[in-house]
Structures are given as structure tokens and as C-alpha cells.
Design a protein. Structure first.
Length: 173
């Protein structure tokens, strides 16, 4: 056993017997919480370097660690973990789980974390739209508009000369 989740609202402790645990409302989860405010697959608990981490699986009502909304974070021994509004205390001993030295990074997927803005990671902004290269788009590029630095002079001035001057400076690749 790698630790246990103790429900703060009362109930039996839940033993953590695997190194990766799926928590959610669906029957295929390792820890099933049959509440309408818990997503089908709400979060994952992952044991890494002797410490537990929680990873929110894009749940509707989120995951909080010690009262702060998180998407990927280390859960230290004795911390409170809220799955939606259902609060647990996580009890374990990192040394018994194989931890050596100082605690590891606060997040399990640091490279993913760095690719998101602080606002996204805090849950205050929707994820940004991916760039075309990341999505593998095959949409054609729009032509670039280049404004010439040297003005084009019009030999026959008329009422539309300003428009012609402006449009004549545009060049398309």
C-alpha cells in the first residue's frame, strides 16, 4: 500500500494500492465517486519519485489542493485534496514509497506546464488556440501585404489619387 485517502466528511479510508489511480464517477475508475458533480474520469493520482501527484483530466468542477485549484501538482503528505467538492486528506510516507533527497518538482509534467500561460494554469483563462503548425493545418497561407517605403507618385491627380497612391503601394507575394 502506497498511502490512503481519508474522506474529511466521514467514511472509510481508501487505500492507494497502485502507483497510478484513476478517480471519477464511471465504473472503470479505480476510485469511484458516484456524485453528479464528479466527472466520469475526473483526475489521476500518480506516484512518482516517492510522491503523489494529482492530474486533473479536464474535469468540469476541477481539483483543489489545499484549497487552490490545480491541474498538475505534487500532493505532499497530509495535504487536502478536493475532487469537485469532495475533500480528502492524503496520508503517506515518501521515504516508504522510495523518495530520496529533497522533494521533486511541484508538477509532474513540467514541459506541458511551461507551454501554458500563468492565467491558463490558474484556471482563469481558457486554453489558447494552437498555432497552425501545431495543428498540422493544410489551409493555404494568405498573401503577405507589404507597404513600400518609397511613395509612388501619380502623374494624373484626380479625386481618387489618394486611394490610388495607397493601393498602388501594396504588393502581394
Amino acid at each position: 500500500m502506497y498511502g490512503q485517502l481519508v474522506p474529511l466528511g466521514g467514511g472509510d479510508p481508501i487505500p492507494l494500492r497502485k502507483r497510478e489511480i484513476l478517480v471519477g464517477r464511471k465504473d472503470n475508475c479505480d476510485i469511484v465517486l458516484r456524485f453528479s458533480n464528479v466527472s466520469g474520469q475526473h483526475c489521476r493520482l500518480v506516484l512518482s519519485n516517492g510522491y503523489w501527484y494529482v492530474l486533473d483530466l479536464h474535469s468540469t468542477n476541477g481539483v483543489k489542493l489545499n484549497g487552490i485549484k490545480v491541474t498538475d501538482h505534487r500532493v505532499d503528505p497530509g495535504a487536502t485534496l478536493a475532487v469537485s467538492k469532495h475533500v480528502f486528506k492524503l496520508h503517506y510516507d515518501p521515504a516508504e514509497n522510495g523518495a530520496v533527497g529533497p522533494p521533486p518538482a511541484d508538477v509532474l509534467h513540467e514541459s506541458e506546464m511551461l507551454s501554458h500561460s500563468l492565467m491558463e494554469r490558474a484556471g482563469l483563462q481558457r486554453p489558447s488556440v494552437k498555432k497552425k503548425e501545431e495543428m498540422g493545418s493544410t489551409a493555404p497561407d494568405l498573401p503577405a501585404i507589404i507597404i513600400s517605403k518609397t511613395p509612388v507618385t501619380n502623374t494624373t491627380p484626380d479625386a481618387n489619387s489618394e486611394k490610388k497612391d495607397f493601393f498602388s503601394q501594396l504588393k502581394f507575394d
